[in-house]
Design a protein around this ligand. Structure first.
Ligand code: HAS
Length: 549
């Protein structure tokens, strides 16, 4: 791809890994606080670090990495960006960076210890919300740039389905744009006026509902780029083509339809929403599981077909014939394996009554470390190993490949230990998001973290291993970005592994976006119109009292 497009993608990836560095350091501090091993200085508190950890890793690392990946793949599959697309992308990048810096400065100065979910009744400085708004607007500008690039391609290639990578990028962006409407509405019309003191109160239930309208599809905004790697990159690493082009496109389209009208499954224990609407959204949540099951099916089919072609015999012989020595593949394979318990945990969370058992416990923290923290993060690692050297034209040497293996294995062990401990502690009732309160006959929350299996060994050791792994990754990124020797010979050049996808029997209507956007809005209307208008009309009693929070 063109040198200028490489620069744009690299800028995004550099910001992503800067956030990753600070965010993982905050994660290390987090497990030591839980373990009572360190005393924080007076200017730094538990919630400040927890907020920084969540925002920097879950929001900033992911978003910048995703846009770096999108920019590279869109330039590769649709052709180099023109000057307009490039300029708009840079504008989007800088607005997102300014928003990030503002929001992070507020967190560091202790003015925004409201966690990455930041909803009321917690209140931050108004500037924190301004930072978040700029962040979202920045991603929109970058998104419009990519959509513009895609539209030009479609104009020049009438009646053709777009390449799978571009189709998937546009699907993810459509979902992101629709999802952000909720967070933009609540930040602009509720949080900013409230935090700057222009109004005295905030409608808490409405703000939380608008947040989760955005908050659930947000997790698919992280997941879909990982799925893009699974569908498009992994088959190439295996030396084959995409298993089914139409299955891949259909599964992505289903995410536009079902990933948004499901936010109430994060609010199943909240008053102010009737059971009928909660139940409806639980049913829709079970619909959004389907495209993930289709993805699992497609992956197993790809692995088995390739493994058998490579000489694998018997029921499971194909498993041994996969390219385990390729760190790009192994990293993503482990990522997928983690998503089996991760997805099962999600189904438990979504099962209405079972949610009573796990809600607001450490189980949920375990859940998101084996969804976004491993399947998504380790897929991004598997991409980083070739994406950065591809963009810089540097070598990914044999010793770097070895280091890559140490890095992904330590990450897997660390996550396994830490997230298992979190799930177990959660089932025992250990609360989340609370540092020092007494709860359930325990003198202090820290009591939950006493004991050999539950904490000292697992959470702290797991967390420390994770931090070491993160530092190894940073080393690999710095080397491949700035220091590793330039690849001169053909055999040293790192390629963008993009698999062929047979489009001959893919129905054309899959790329008729207006059908999917129309159905998505209809479902959103059905799931949200009545409960949200109820919340607006009957602002729950007590919200007046929130002046004092
Ligand atoms: Fe979740 C809470 C339900 C998926 C992230 N989730 C969270 C939070 C986060 C998060 C961050 O219903 C916490 C928010 C907070 O701070 O309060 N989640 C689900 C459901 C799914 C799901 C139904 N979550 C994700 C993904 C995330 C993520 C993905 C990040 C990327 N989640 C919930 C619920 C809550 C929740 C409730 C609220 C809980 C509460 O009470 O607060 C589904 O999308 C999952 C479907 C996935 C599958 C798995 C398919 C498996 C595949 C792998 C195949 C493997 C292969 C390899 C081929 C059905 C595709 C083979 C290997 C071998 C070794 C054999």
């Amino acid at each position: 791809i063109a040198a200028q497009d490489r620069k744009l993608a690299l800028a995004n990836i550099a910001v992503a890994y800067t956030a990753f560095l600070i965010g993982t350091l905050c994660g290390l501090l987090q497990v030591f606080i839980r373990n009572d091993a360190i005393q924080l200085p007076a200017w730094l508190d538990y919630y400040q670090i927890l907020t920084a950890h969540g925002v920097l890793l879950a929001l900033i690392f992911t978003t910048f990495f995703i846009f770096g990946f999108f920019a590279t793949g869109m330039s590769k599959s649709l052709g180099d960006f023109g000057p307009k697309v490039r300029l708009t992308s840079w504008l989007g990048f800088w607005v997102t960076v300014i928003g990030t810096v503002l929001a992070t400065a507020m967190i560091v100065s202790g003015e925004a210890s409201v966690l990455y979910t930041f909803y009321a009744p917690l209140k931050a400085s108004g500037w924190y919300y301004v930072g978040l708004a700029l962040f979202v607007v920045g991603t929109w500008i970058s998104s419009f740039a990519l959509v513009g690039h895609y539209m030009v391609w479609r104009k020049n290639n009438k009646d053709q389905l777009s390449p799978l990578f571009a189709f998937m990028t546009i699907t993810t962006i459509i979902m992101w744009l629709i999802a952000c409407l909720g967070v933009v509405a609540t930040v602009l019309f509720q949080y900013i006026p409230w935090a700057f003191g222009w109004v005295d109160t905030i409608n808490v239930e409405l703000s939380r509902s608008l947040f989760w309208y955005f908050g659930h599809p947000l997790v698919y905004f992280w997941l879909l780029p990982a799925y893009m790697a699974w569908y498009v990159i992994v088959p190439k690493l295996l030396g084959t083509t995409v298993f089914s082009d139409s299955l891949a496109r259909l599964s992505f389209v289903l995410f536009i339809l079902f990933s948004i009208p499901v936010g109430f499954h994060h609010q199943l224990t909240e008053p102010g929403i009737s059971n009928f609407w909660k139940f409806l959204q639980v049913v829709l949540t079970f619909m959004v599981i389907i495209p993930s099951l289709m993805t699992a099916f497609s992956m197993f089919a790809t692995f088995e077909t390739v493994g058998r072609k490579n000489g694998g015999k018997g029921l499971f012989g194909w498993f041994t014939k996969l390219p385990w020595k390729d760190v790009r593949f192994t990293s993503i394979f482990i990522a997928m394996a983690f998503f089996i318990p991760g997805g099962a945990g999600g189904i438990i969370n979504a099962s209405f009554q079972l949610n009573e058992v796990v809600h607001n416990t450490l189980w949920i923290v375990g859940h998101f470390h084996i969804t976004v923290g491993t399947p998504v993060a380790m897929t991004f690692m598997g991409l980083t190993f070739w994406l950065v050297p591809y963009l810089t034209g540097r070598k990914f040497t044999k010793s770097m490949q070895k280091l890559g293996f140490v890095q992904i294995i330590t990450w897997s062990i660390g996550m396994l230990l830490m997230s298992t401990a979190q799930h177990v502690l959660g089932l025992l009732g250990a609360p989340r998001r609370t540092a020092f309160s007494s709860y359930n006959n325990h003198a202090s929350t820290l009591d939950w973290f006493d004991g050999i299996i539950s904490s000292h060994v697992t959470m702290a050791i797991g967390g420390s291993i994770l931090f070491l792994s993160a530092m190894l990754l940073i080393y690999i990124v710095v080397m491949t970005m700035f220091l590793s020797p330039k690849a001169v010979k053909e055999k040293d050049m790192v390629e963008f592994p993009m698999a062929e996808s047979g489009k001959a029997s893919t129905p054309k209507f899959l790329e008729n976006w207006w059908i999917w956007i129309g159905i998505a809005f209809a479902l959103i209307f059905i799931a949200y119109a009545i409960p949200l208008s109820d919340m607006i009309q009957h602002s729950p009693p007590g919200s007046e009292g929130l002046k004092t929070w």
